[in-house]
Write a protein that binds this ligand. Structure first.
Ligand SMILES: [Zn+2]
Length: 574
């Protein structure tokens, strides 16, 4: 096995330590300091106390989501009206989204009017407070000017009403990101595809990990760093290859940021490494109806084998098995595929539960591939071990770095399994079970909103997308209306969707999609649609466990079963 190639291995000093050291200087005694850093509350309080002990009045705030922190920590409860910042480089709606999930945390928040260029105005009764949102303009790896959250120091010397310092500071959080991007940009990459096996980025860094009392919400600077590094590096390779940002066909290899907690300086190590594959361990998960966490690969294989039927298998890029089962029977029929994006895990359980019910209760023909991206799934399992509540988009695509659905020419690798499932059954309907982030998704180093996925930055409940071949549109809406009527019989799902959509509207504005029975539904005619119809489910499942995970996979299962019933009744033709 070839040795790893180290692209970067460095330590970056902790900004909070540097600020404390600087302001302990006797020249600042009697003065006042306000600072904004990417640090959790305990570390910020400790810094304030250390400075106060030496005669400096200090207030150290979060540079990440400063308004949410201010309303949790500093501003008295009571109805508030918020004016959002309006900056020429801040995209429409960004700062209202950044205020998420205040409308969920408190029922007395309204957004009205504008704040300053980089400040929110918070009006409560007769008093209006300005909440500073430190941001700086950066030029990113695509050469675009972006407005990005940053560290900041504002300080007054004793007796001087004007601040002696009022400027952005480069925190270790920002420096780590820039160091990784620079190290990757400086490497002499060849033109071959895939460009590498794996690009591993391990960062140990202090930060914020603050759970909020709203659904699955967690404010996490480490999760955000994973997301920004992963998508920024993908964009770097896309740009280098002359592709558009967000292109899903490029095959750079597997990009793996792993961000772990530290209580000291930041350590960052970037290496090129060969694929590492550990064997799956066969296991029985027991009763899938009550499972409260994603299944292991071994548990998926065991549950699939218990269905009977004809098995089929393909190989992933890293050599793992992609397993399917074909049960022969009555037509019209369906193909059930889950796990294309491997960090979306509720569809895997839902597919297996639905298949078991179809075997037990019907004579319907179907094929099921419960997990069709096993390399991504193995990476997700590995990353969850250290950060179980991070969304880990590095596990979304395949080990080649592409989206398996986008492959249009052989070798198809992972896509071959779903192709065989559809070919074996001649399925009328392809059920494609997906998920998406269950809490806010951000990219704070490149403009805050997730580029290309801006409308997915906060959850909006369970929703459906129905794609159909040209000429079949007439069946789409009646099918979705019948399906959602059945799904909405579940009060827990109804309440869940209503709550998420209420808060989504408060932060994202009026919905631009139709809703049937409280479930957003989108219909799309596609020339390239293979089966006559494809139903894509989207449950906000990334990072959820326990009862929330059970509602997710139960909803996935119910969708498959009700859709199967409507197909059997001929609602999508024969
Ligand atoms: Zn997906």
């Amino acid at each position: 096995m070839p040795d790893d190639t180290v692209l970067l291995d460095t330590v970056i000093p902790r900004t909070l330590d540097a600020i404390v050291a600087e302001f302990l200087d006797p020249a600042w005694r009697g003065g006042r300091l306000e600072a904004w850093v990417f640090e959790g509350g305990a570390a910020r309080r400790a810094a304030e106390l250390a400075l106060q002990a030496r005669g400096i009045t200090a207030c150290v705030r979060s540079a990440y989501k400063p308004l949410v922190h201010a309303l949790l920590d500093e501003i008295e409860a009571g109805p508030v009206v918020i004016g959002v910042p309006s900056h020429p480089l801040g995209p429409e709606g960004r700062f209202r989204l950044e205020a998420y999930p205040l409308a969920g945390l408190r029922g007395d928040v309204a957004f009205d009017g504008a704040g300053g260029e980089l400040s929110y105005s918070v009006t409560s009764g007769p008093a209006t407070t300005q909440v500073f949102a430190p941001n700086r303009v950066r030029v990113d790896h695509l050469g675009r000017r972006v407005l990005a959250p940053c560290g900041w120091v504002r300080a007054w010397r004793a007796g001087d009403p004007a601040p002696a310092r009022d400027a952005a500071v480069e925190t270790e959080y920002e420096a780590v990101f820039q160091a990784v991007m620079s190290a990757v940009a400086a490497h002499p990459w060849g033109d071959a595809m895939p460009t590498m096996d794996t690009l591993e980025i391990v960062v140990a860094i202090p930060g914020i990990e603050r759970a909020l009392a709203w659904h699955d919400e967690v404010m996490s600077t480490r999760e955000a760093l994973h997301e920004d590094l992963y998508f920024s590096l993908l964009e770097f390779f896309q740009h280098r290859a002359g592709r558009a940002a967000g292109d899903r066909t490029l095959r750079p290899g597997q990009i793996i940021p792993e961000i772990v907690a530290s209580d000291g300086p930041a350590h960052v190590r970037v290496t090129l490494a060969p694929h590492r594959v550990t064997p799956d361990v066969a296991a029985d998960a027991g009763d899938l109806d009550i499972i409260e966490r994603p299944l292991t690969a071994g548990e998926i294989a065991t549950a699939l084998a218990s269905l009977g039927g004809e098995g089929f298998a393909h190989r992933s890029v890293q050599g793992r098995a992609i397993l399917g089962v074909h049960r022969r029977g009555a037509r019209p029929n369906i193909a059930i595929i889950a796990g294309q994006h491997a960090n979306e895990t509720s569809g895997v359980v839902g597919a297996l539960r639905a298949a078991r019910r179809l075997v037990a209760e019907t004579d319907m023909e179907f094929a099921v591939v419960p997990q069709d991206n096993p390399d991504g799934y193995a990476l997700h399992h590995r990353l969850r071990a250290r950060n179980p509540r991070h969304m880990h988009h590095a596990a979304r695509y395949t080990a080649l770095g592409d989206d398996l659905e986008s492959r249009t020419a052989p070798p198809f690798h992972e896509k071959a399994a779903r192709m065989e499932a559809i070919e074996r059954t001649g399925a009328r309907l392809h059920l494609n079970l997906h998920g998406y982030p269950a809490h806010e998704w951000t990219r704070p180093l490149t403009g805050y909103l997730p580029r290309g996925f801006e409308m997915w930055s906060i959850p909006k409940g369970f929703f459906l997308i129905l794609r159909h071949r040209p000429g079949l549109g007439g069946a789409a809406e009646p099918f979705l209306r019948a399906l959602t009527a059945r799904l909405a019989e579940d009060a827990a799902l109804r309440d869940f969707n209503a709550a998420q959509l209420r808060v989504w509207r408060a932060h994202a504005g009026a919905p631009n999609f139709p809703m049937f029975d409280g479930i957003p539904c989108m219909i799309a005619e596609r020339e390239d649609q293979g089966t006559a119809f494809q139903l894509i489910t989207e449950y906000p499942d990334e990072t959820i466990y326990g009862d929330a995970f059970r509602l997710a996979h139960t909803t996935q299962m119910r969708t498959v079963l009700y859709a199967a019933e409507l197909v059997r009744r001929g609602m999508l033709g024969t």
